[in-house]
Design a protein around this ligand. Structure first.
Ligand SMILES: Nc1ncnc2c1ncn2[C@@H]1O[C@H](COP(=O)(O)OP(=O)(O)OP(=O)(O)O)[C@@H](O)[C@H]1O
Ligand SMILES: [Mg+2]
Length: 373
């Protein structure tokens, strides 16, 4: 019985990446071009489960395969030290161990001179310690990629890395920085005045992926692991996934488990898979997202539910019983959280697939009431 190839676990690089070719292509070309490429500093944002961590890991693996040293951290206290430690560990074969004196040059003449370098000063700033490491990496023309996941604007160390990066780039050092986070944190970070240079960084918003990309990834994942899927079953799976990477893994994983002994995934397997996957989505994505919403956010979303397609801000405000400028504050908040998106000409849509159905179910009985008609 072939092993289940789907990976419905956060942070795991999937067997096949659905879509994301543009952002991955840009990043890998930047690594190949090296110093001076504008995409060497890239920020990606996306709602939960859109594949930010998987993307960082994928690019880090590719960078390592190209000879870069890749270090991966999350924006948490201690991050600066973690970057130094990981760099040293991964570059053990290139960088001298710190804290010990080492021979840096030997000159022969009448007198042989052995110059001993001083042990690394503990008091050195992070930037200086990094410069020393980057100098050593430069001797073997090795680049350093730092990936920072779950970026936060309120972490001092985050600001320190970003501002040091600006200097490293100015000094033409072979370094790249790839950051990812939820839209609210990314946009707050970009508003921070001390790192305004990040506003000029390459930016990608990881939304959903296209249906044909979902179909391709599903087929390749299933066939790569020794089973197959018929057209009707595939169509059903794709329609239930709505372009959401985490849902792709959930549906695939659950459908695979439905009758693991048969060679072909059937329509019935997909039906079972989808109904289990919806429960998983509810627990792992929707409940968490809902808990993070303020009362005002919920009122705003509730006012969107009666529209079949996109909603107009004026209608939402009227249903909330508020003025448009009051409602637009919540519109801004929800866009930043990646929950809604502006589809142009003020038409707003709930962006996280299936979240609208979840909200209808959850708010169905006690929908916050406005004074609208
Ligand atoms: N492009 C993709 N194609 C197929 N599956 C993917 C893709 N990207 C991520 N996944 C899968 O989706 C799930 C969620 O991915 P990931 O943990 O990277 O999301 P995230 O955006 O970091 O979520 P969070 O904000 O909660 O940290 C994982 O199971 C991962 O294997
Ligand atoms: Mg993540």
């Amino acid at each position: 019985m072939p092993a289940n190839p789907f990976t419905p676990t956060f942070g795991i690089v999937p067997a096949y990446m659905a879509g994301r070719e543009d952002v991955i292509g840009e990043l890998l070309r930047a690594l190949d071009n090296g110093v001076g490429d504008p995409n060497l500093v890239t920020i990606v944002s996306g709602a939960r489960g859109t594949g930010k961590t998987a993307l960082l890991s994928y690019v880090a693996d590719e960078a390592a395969a190209r000879g870069w040293i890749a270090v991966n951290v999350s924006a948490l206290p201690g991050m600066l030290d973690e970057i130094i430690q990981q760099t040293k560990k991964r570059a053990e074969h290139l960088v001298e161990p710190s804290g010990t004196a080492r021979i840096s040059s030997i000159r022969f003449g009448n007198i042989a001179e052995v110059k001993l370098q001083e042990a690394e000063s503990e008091a050195a700033t992070w930037r200086i310690r990094m410069e020393d490491l980057l100098d050593e990496l430069a001797e073997t023309s090795t680049g350093l990629l730092i990936t920072i996941d779950e970026v936060r604007e309120d972490l001092d160390e985050m600001i320190q890395v970003a501002s040091a990066m600006q200097h490293f780039l100015r000094e033409h050092r072979n370094i790249a920085l790839l950051m990812a986070g939820l839209p609210t944190h990314v946009s707050a970070l970009l508003q921070n005045k001390s790192v305004s240079f990040l506003r000029r960084a390459n930016y990608h918003d990881l939304g959903t992926v296209e249906d044909f990309e979902v179909a391709q990834a599903m087929t390749k994942t299933i066939e790569g692991a020794g089973r197959s899927i018929g057209d009707e079953a595939l169509e059903k799976a794709v329609a239930s996934i709505n372009g959401f990477p985490y849902m792709l893994q959930l549906v695939g994983y659950r459908a695979w488990e439905a009758s693991p002994e048969s060679l072909c995934l059937s329509v019935a397997d997909i039906d079972v898979g989808v109904s289990h996957a919806r429960i998983d989505m509810r627990r792992k994505i929707f409940d968490t997202t809902f808990k993070e919403l303020s009362k005002g956010d919920v009122r705003f979303l509730a006012a969107m539910l009666e529209d079949e397609g996109a909603s107009e801000l004026a209608d939402i405000a009227r249903r909330m019983g508020k003025k448009s400028n009051y409602a637009s504050e919540y519109k801004r908040r929800l866009i930043e959280q990646g929950v809604i998106a502006d589809r142009g000409q003020g038409r707003l849509r709930i962006e996280i697939p299936l979240f609208k159905d979840y909200l209808k179910e959850r708010l169905g009985h006690d929908m916050p009431k406005g004074r609208g008609c």
